[in-house]
Ligand binder design. Structure first.
Ligand code: BES
Ligand code: ZN
Length: 633
């Protein structure tokens, strides 16, 4: 019995290296690494139906056709399974998948059942398959037409206007709408894929493309990809469209529509340096190449850290690389998130907070201390604003939290997480924190982690004395709401000049002459902090003297539109409409609708009119978040 696994191996809750006994390798191929799972109670993922202690997926092989006419994905998924000897079933996650057949590796039918679905929580339903001793299962299926992980764009929705486009977004629990597997961040799987697409479209995935595409003769081509490192399934991603590639260095490059590629490539021209800076901080980049794709503007996020192929919004392109913290951020996830992964979404600060700290360190290394301090100060202001809004005792303001309401947003998971590590750095010193983080990534590489594991590791490998532990307040930082008193505040000098300009504007209406020479962060600080209530004349003056409505920087444009709409400034409405019709990034779109919605009849009428026009063009993530805004009375 080559592939019989002992209960001990399956149940292994490991904090040590990956277990790679040769007899655990599932045929075909020598994939080597079977990633361990965590089985401590707090590592139990409530967002999956899988029971990985009984049977789990170790490898996914997809063979899928992209049907742009029907806007459907379909084909087969062959799963390698690691199971207890006595395991009867394996439970997968499915959200709307149309299952055509399930067989074992030899083609013998296996009984299966799709269980009850709790409506609208996105968790979908359990797909339970009777193993009958099988250790490989083959599922023929189609993704539903409304699979929320996938966005199909018509040619009109692309920059080129000639060809359709498809992209996926898996995080957090969307991939179960197009891939039948155990969709939990604590259950890592290697994968491979064969994807067919109509000519002349190109396909990229979050895996390594194998050779040249195969011409199938029927106006279609087949592309092959392999990810030989075990990854959580939310990191399987695909994009297809009329795209080209531009190198930015020997192991980095960017894909994009021909119409945006040159601008994109210029904007990410520092990528090779960012990778080098990241490696100098926390050890070698372990994924081979680091490529990016700049997607059409309906991509619902700023970026997504899909391995070897970061997905990016085109809205970060400002012409001056000022929003490149985004690239540093997604790159940093190659360690925090993709190497060491939160086992449950309640611990997503382990991905996003650690990454935000890491991002800031990369920015410091490549762009200098001042820019890094300014970006940190902006983040800190966001934490304080959020705490003032939701209350310092709101449970959702603990790093480890169960409710992730829209109103708390990223200030806690990202920015409080960032300031937690800043605070640790201020107490133990940079050298010790860096050494600790490096061993954290090395010792938990390709494994899941929890808040408790992180805490335990810090206590064991970083903290030197009970007195130091007391000063650090680790448990308060991780498990309690609010902001601990030992927080390392940002340098008050970071924005000294801008803050003085804010005061001068607020008290005497002085428009800062220095604005045109300010950094992007300085401009944002100014717009964030000036008085929120402005007359039409004051807004017109701000706009004409600072060129707000004509900026190429979407972060600035967004702040301007927010300010203008909050003051019912009619001249900004047409521009807001144009922006909302072309951009689908939820971070911009949701607050703009919210701001209009808060403006009573005036704003609600405009919001409703615009949303009627734009809703269909948004990704399901953005649509969902705006629906929630517009449903509130
Ligand atoms: N992993 C996130 C995107 C994400 C978060 C998708 C939660 C689904 C659920 C990505 O790394 C991210 O944080 N993006 C930010 C970038 C920013 C903080 C620089 C974004 O999209 O704005
Ligand atoms: Zn992130």
């Amino acid at each position: 019995m080559r592939r019989t696994i002992s209960a001990i191996t399956l149940l292994l809750a490991t904090t040590a290296c990956a277990t790679t006994a040769p007899d655990m390798v599932s045929a075909p191929g020598e994939r080597g690494m079977i990633a361990p799972i965590l089985t401590t109670p707090e590592a139990r993922d409530s967002s999956t139906y899988a029971q990985p202690e009984v049977a789990r997926v170790t490898h996914v092989a997809l063979d899928l056709d992209l049907d742009f006419d029907a806007q459907r994905v379909g084909g087969t998924a062959v799963l390698d399974v690691l199971a207890q000897p006595e395991a009867k079933d394996i439970v997968l996650d499915s959200n709307g998948l149309e299952i055509q057949s399930v067989t074992d590796g030899a083609g013998r039918p296996l009984a299966y059942e799709i269980g009850e679905s709790v409506e609208k929580d996105g968790k979908g339903a359990p797909l339970t398959i009777a193993l009958g001793g099988a250790r490989q299962i083959r599922i023929a299926y189609r993704a539903p037409a409304d699979a929320s992980a996938l966005q199909w764009l018509t040619p009109e929705q692309t920059a080129g206007g000639k060809y359709p486009f498809l992209f996926s977004q898996g995080q957090a629990i969307l991939n179960r709408t197009w891939i039948p597997t155990q969709d939990s961040p604590g259950i890592r799987q290697t994968w491979e894929a064969r994807i067919t697409a109509p000519k002349p479209l190109d396909v990229v995935m979050s895996g390594v493309r194998q050779g040249e595409p195969e011409d199938l003769g029927n106006d279609r081509r087949a592309f092959r990809f392999v990810m030989d490192k075990p990854v959580p399934p939310y990191l399987i991603a695909i994009a297809a469209g009329d795209i080209d590639f531009a190198a930015t260095g020997p192991r980095t490059g960017v894909w994009g529509e021909p119409a945006t590629l040159q601008r994109a490539a210029k904007e990410v021209g520092d990528t090779e340096q960012l990778v080098e800076a990241a490696e100098a901080l926390y050890g070698p980049y372990r994924w081979g190449r680091y490529d990016m794709i700049v997607l059409p503007p309906s991509f619902p996020y700023g970026g997504m850290e899909n391995p070897v192929m970061t997905f990016l919004t085109p809205t970060f392109i400002a012409g001056d690389r000022s929003n490149n913290g985004l690239v540093a951020h997604e790159l940093a996830h190659s360690w925090s998130g993709n190497l060491v992964t939160n086992a449950v979404w309640e611990d997503s600060w382990l991905n996003e907070g650690v990454t935000s700290y890491f991002e800031n360190r990369i920015v410091e290394a490549v762009y200098g201390k001042q820019r890094a301090e300014q970006e940190a100060a902006l983040a800190f202001a966001g934490i304080e604003e959020t705490l003032a809004e939701v209350g310092r005792d709101a449970p959702g303001t603990a790093l480890h939290h169960t409710s992730s309401g829209d109103e708390i947003g990223s200030a806690i998971t990202y920015d409080k997480g960032h300031f937690f590590l800043r605070t640790v750095e201020s107490i133990v010193g940079r050298e010790r924190l860096d050494a600790w983080l490096r061993q954290w990534f090395d010792n938990h590489a390709f494994q899941p982690a929890t808040s408790e594991l992180f805490y335990g590791d810090m206590m064991a490998n970083l903290v030197k004395s009970p007195a130091e532990a007391e000063r650090l307040k680790l448990r308060e930082w991780i498990f309690e709401p609010g902001l601990p008193s030992n927080v390392a505040r940002p340098d008050p000098q970071a924005f000294a000049e801008v803050d003085a300009a804010v005061d001068a504007y607020a008290s005497a209406g002085t428009i800062p002459a220095a604005y045109s020479g300010w950094t992007s962060a300085e401009r944002m600080r100014f717009l964030d902090n000036i008085p929120k209530t402005r007359s039409a004349a004051q807004l017109a003056e701000l706009d004409s003297s600072l060129g707000l409505s004509t900026t190429r920087n979407n972060e600035i444009l967004f702040l301007w539109l927010e300010l203008a709409l909050a003051n019912r400034y009619q001249p900004a409405v047409a521009q807001a409409e144009e922006f909302l019709a072309s951009v689908g990034r939820a971070k911009f779109v949701r607050p703009l609708f919210q701001t209009m919605w808060n403006q009573g009849d005036w704003g609600r009428a405009i919001a409703t009119r615009i949303y009627d026009e734009t809703r269909d063009s948004y990704h399901a993530v953005t649509r969902g978040s705006v629906d929630r805004v517009m449903a509130k009375k």
